[in-house]
Design a protein around this ligand. Sequence first.
Ligand code: IPE
Ligand code: IPE
Ligand code: MG
Length: 253
Amino acid sequence: MTEATDITVPQHVAIIMDGNGRWASRRQLPRVAGHRAGVENVKVIIERCGQLGIQCLTLFAFSSENWRRPTTEVELLLELFSLALEEELERLHDNGVCLQVIGDREGFPDKLKTRIEQAEDLTRSNDALNLIIAANYGGRWDVTEATRRIAAAVAVGKLSPDEITEDTISKYLCLTQLPEPDLFIRSGGEQRISNYLLWQLAYTELYFTDCFWPDFGTTEFDRALERYSVRQRRFGMTGDQIELANIPASSIA
Ligand code: IPE
Ligand code: IPE
Ligand code: MG
């Protein structure tokens, strides 16, 4: 297999880290063991992104629909998130990671909200890797929030309805300051978006794998990157146009 270091790497990778629960069930372990193993794997993938010079990594940690899970699992997921933030922050900072959390954090316990703010403040100026954690995030929530804020801007006369373009909407959504995801990965076998970055994934290359998240290590990640590198991104054009112009994929969108 080609070494991932030899291939065109995406600027922005967005991942749905799915399959923790089934990983644990297969081993007759409680679901929490799967979530713990999942957190360990997050560290592996962050490190790999750093090695490969990937600029942005967006990870779906908790969806706006995950509140529907049993209370004990929800509490545990939030606790694990909080703990990982506490334990990993210094290392992330030392490695130049800029951490940002997207999603509706109002529903979180105060301690977690404070930790998120501290982590974002501390790492704001870092530029080795943008790590975005989507927590209590939903694509529909994102679009709704953006719409609300655009409507507010119109209501006070800061924006006229005629001026609203796709760019305007993008600017009001999460991830506005980053390149759109080039590669989307979902582990765990399901082939759906589950209310992830609905707007932002419009032209993202999709990659699905049966591998459960705790097992989705460097080898699996490199395989996804390799598959990405041989895709032709056309953005509505023909394959001939892309080949003739020799347009780098990242410069079109
Ligand atoms: C993903 O793993 C983690 C979160 C959704 C927080 P799951 O917990 O969904 O694992 P499965 O899909 O039940 O195996
Ligand atoms: C998506 O996984 C959300 C996260 C990984 C955080 P789910 O396991 O919640 O997705 P569905 O419910 O199977 O679509
Ligand atoms: Mg799942």
